[in-house]
Ligand binder design. Structure first.
Ligand code: GTP
Length: 596
C-alpha cells in the first residue's frame, strides 16, 4: 500500500487538466504514441467539441520514481462542470490528494476555488500546480504569490509545468510521491468499497468504478450495495489502464472496477458503499446522497411517428446516465413526449445534442423549469416542475422556489455590469471582496429559476468572457409564482406555457409573442398571439393575413416547377404543428426558448 498514490486533478475549465493527464500517460509509457492517439479518438464527440469532460475516465499508471521504486499512481478523473459537483466530491473522496491546476496566464478562477473547497472538505492533501508555463503571457511568479497569500497553501509545495511541452511533468510525478500520503486501511477488515462512478458497456453491462477503503474483494464474491440492499456476485475485477485489465482481487488502498451483472448504471449510486454479503462492514462510508434533478423540461419528437424512437433513445442514454430521469408526458399541441429531469442546463443540452446527433431525432423542448413547492389551503404540499400541473390558483396558500448561492469571479472593471445582472435576476444579499488586487469575488443569493436559463451566457457576455461562475443549492424561499400561457387565435398552446415570477411575466410574455410573430408564417387569415395569466391578457401581437397565392407566380408556367413548390411546402409541413387552425413551425417553439 505504501507504493500507491491516489489523486485527482482539479482545475477550472481549460486550464489543461486533460492535456496534463495525457502527458502523464505518455510519461509513464503505458502506450505507444500511435495507440495513444487512437484512444483519444474514442471519446464522446460532444466532449471533444466542447472541450469539457462529461464522463470521467480513471487511469492506473506505473511510475518509476527517482527514489528507485515503482509506484502505482491512480489518477481519478472528475467531471468539469458545476452541474456535476456531487460526482466530483465522490471522486475526490476516493483519493488522498489532489493537484490544484492553475493556468499560469489566467490565475485562480471561481471553479478552481469551488473544487479546492470540495477537496479540503474531503481532507485531501493539495499540491498547487502552475500549468502552461510555456506561454508568453505566463506569470508563474505572480500566481505563486497568489497561491500562497490568497489560498494559504505552502509555497514550497508549488510545482510548475507545461502540460503541452511536457516540461516539469516527471518532476511533478515525483512530487506526487513525495508530498501525497499513501492510502490507509486494512486488507483484512470487512470490505468497504466506495462507488465513485459507473459506465455502461454494451457487452459487459455496468462497469462500476470503486476505491477499496478496507478489506479485499475477489472474483466470485457475493456483495451487497448498502444504500438499497441489492445483492450481486462479482464476475470480473480489474484496474483501469487505457483498456480494462482484469485481475483476481482488489485490496484496501486500490482503485479499480468491478462487473457484477448490474443491468443499468441507474442501479448504482455514486457515493454508495459496497460490502460483503456474509461479512458486512458496520456502517456505510460517509457522504452518500441521492442525485437530485434540478431542471425539468418536456421533450417532444417533431415527427409524431418518432415517439417510439425517442423512447428507445432515452432508454439507451439512461443506461449510461444515472442522473437523467424521464416519464411520459403529453401535450395537446405536440402529442406524446417525455418529461425529463436534469442536473442542470448543461446536462440538458448534452442530452438534447446526443438525441439529435446520435439518434437522429429532431426535438421540441418546452421552457425549462425548476421544481416549485406549492403549499395548499388544505395543508398539503405538492412539488410541481411542469406548468401542466399548476394547481388551481384558488387552492394555493403559498409557493416556494429553490435558491442558490452563486460565487462569481471577475476582474474589477466588470463590477457594475455584474451587479446589474444579479439585480435583474432578483439577486439578494450581494457581497464581494478582493481575493487579490484587481479581482473581485462576488457572492449572491439568486433564485435557481433565474440562472438555469441563460445566466452564465449573459455573465460571459457582460464580462467579455472573463467572468467565472459556480453555484450551490441552498434553500427554498417564498415566491410570487404565476403560470404564463400563450394563446394562438384564442387557443392555448400548452407546450408554450411556463412558470415564472410575477415580476418577469410581462417581459417574458412580450418576448414570446414577438418571437412567435417572427416565426409563424402568415396564413390566409389574421392570427392573434397573446400571453395571458389566468384569463387576463398581458401581451399581444398580430400576424396579418396573407392574400397572395404562393403558386400564383407560377401560373401558366412549368407544371413541374409548381409541383416542386407544393412539395417543398409539404416537406415544411412535416416540421409544423397545428394548433386550432394555425400551423406553427418547430422554429417558433425553439424561438420562445431562446434567450435575448
Ligand atoms: P476541461 O476538460 O474542459 O476541464 O478542460 P481541461 O482543463 O481538460 O483543458 P484541456 O486539457 O482541454 O486544455 C485546454 C487548452 O489549453 C487546450 O487548447 C490545450 O492545448 C491548452 N493547454 C493545456 N496545457 C497547456 C500548456 O501547458 N501550455 C499551453 N500553451 N497550452 C496548454
Amino acid at each position: 500500500m505504501k507504493n500507491i498514490r491516489n489523486f485527482s486533478i482539479i482545475a477550472h475549465i481549460d486550464h489543461g487538466k486533460s492535456t496534463l493527464a495525457d502527458r502523464m500517460i505518455q510519461t509513464c509509457k503505458i502506450v505507444t504514441d500511435r495507440e495513444f492517439k487512437n484512444q483519444m479518438l474514442d471519446n464522446m464527440d460532444i466532449e471533444r467539441e466542447r472541450g469539457i469532460t462529461i464522463k470521467s475516465q480513471t487511469i492506473c499508471l506505473p511510475f518509476q520514481a527517482d527514489d528507485g521504486n515503482t509506484y502505482t499512481l491512480n489518477l481519478v478523473d472528475t467531471p468539469g462542470h458545476v452541474d456535476f459537483s456531487y460526482e466530483v466530491s465522490r471522486a475526490l473522496a476516493s483519493c488522498e490528494g489532489a493537484l490544484l491546476l492553475i493556468d499560469a496566464s489566467q490565475g485562480i478562477e471561481a471553479q478552481t476555488l469551488a473544487n479546492l473547497f470540495l477537496a479540503m472538505e474531503n481532507d485531501l492533501e493539495i499540491i498547487p500546480v502552475i500549468n502552461k508555463i510555456d506561454l508568453p503571457a505566463a506569470e508563474p511568479e505572480k500566481i505563486a504569490g497568489q497561491i500562497e497569500e490568497d489560498l494559504g497553501l505552502a509555497g514550497e509545495t508549488i510545482q510548475k509545468c507545461s502540460a503541452k511541452t511536457g516540461q516539469g511533468v516527471p518532476e511533478l510525478l515525483n512530487a506526487i510521491i513525495r508530498l501525497l500520503p499513501p492510502p490507509q486501511g486494512d486488507p483484512d477488515n470487512p470490505l468497504e468499497a466506495l462507488i465513485f462512478d459507473a459506465n455502461y458497456d454494451p457487452y459487459r453491462g455496468t462497469i462500476i468504478s470503486v476505491r477499496i477503503m478496507n478489506g479485499t474483494v475477489r472474483t466470485g464474491d457475493h456483495i451487497l450495495f448498502m444504500s438499497n440492499g441489492a445483492e450481486y456476485r462479482i464476475e470480473e475485477l480489474g484496474i483501469f489502464r487505457l483498456r480494462r485489465e482484469p485481475c483476481q482481487q482488489l485490496s484496501a488502498g486500490e482503485v479499480g472496477y468491478l462487473v457484477a451483472g448490474v443491468k443499468t448504471v441507474s442501479d448504482t449510486r455514486p457515493g454508495d458503499t459496497i460490502t460483503h454479503k456474509d461479512r458486512p462492514c458496520a456502517a456505510p462510508l460517509p457522504g452518500f446522497r441521492e442525485v437530485q434533478q434540478v431542471v425539468f423540461s418536456s421533450l417532444y419528437p417533431i415527427a409524431t411517428d418518432e415517439y417510439e424512437d425517442l423512447a428507445n433513445a432515452l432508454e439507451k442514454l439512461k443506461l449510461n446516465d444515472a442522473a437523467l430521469t424521464f416519464q411520459k408526458d403529453s401535450s395537446a399541441a405536440l402529442g406524446f413526449g417525455f418529461r425529463c429531469g436534469f442536473l442542470g442546463l448543461l446536462h440538458l443540452e448534452v442530452v438534447q445534442e446526443r438525441l439529435e446527433r446520435e439518434f437522429d431525432i429532431s426535438l421540441i423542448l418546452t421552457v425549462p423549469s425548476v421544481k416549485y413547492k406549492f403549499y395548499l389551503q388544505d395543508q398539503t404540499m405538492v412539488e410541481v416542475d411542469n406548468p401542466s400541473f399548476f394547481p388551481d390558483p384558488g387552492s394555493i396558500a403559498r409557493v416556494e422556489e429553490p435558491y442558490i448561492k452563486a460565487t462569481i469571479h471577475i476582474p474589477e472593471r466588470y463590477m457594475g455590469a455584474v451587479m446589474t445582472l444579479c439585480m435583474e435576476r432578483r439577486g439578494e444579499n450581494t457581497k464581494y471582496h478582493y481575493p487579490m488586487p484587481g479581482r473581485i469575488e462576488f457572492t449572491c443569493e439568486l433564485p435557481l429559476a433565474e440562472v438555469i436559463y441563460d445566466f452564465y451566457d449573459r455573465l460571459k457576455s457582460v464580462t467579455q468572457g472573463y467572468g467565472s461562475f459556480d453555484y450551490e443549492l441552498t434553500d427554498y424561499r417564498p415566491s410570487d409564482l404565476i403560470k404564463l400561457d400563450i394563446l394562438v387565435n384564442g387557443e392555448q398552446v400548452d407546450a408554450l406555457s411556463q412558470l415564472t415570477h410575477r415580476s418577469k411575466a410581462r417581459e417574458r410574455g412580450l418576448k414570446a409573442c414577438e418571437r412567435l410573430k417572427e416565426e409563424i408564417p402568415r396564413q390566409l387569415f389574421k392570427i392573434a398571439i397573446q400571453a395571458a395569466i389566468g384569463g387576463t391578457v398581458i401581451a399581444r401581437e398580430t400576424i396579418s393575413a396573407l392574400r397572395k397565392d404562393v403558386t400564383a407566380k407560377c401560373y401558366g408556367g412549368d407544371i413541374s416547377r409548381k409541383r416542386k413548390l407544393l412539395e417543398k411546402q409539404k416537406e415544411g409541413k412535416k416540421r409544423m404543428k397545428t394548433v386550432g387552425n394555425v400551423e406553427i413551425p418547430q422554429r417558433a417553439f425553439l424561438a420562445v426558448l431562446k434567450s435575448d
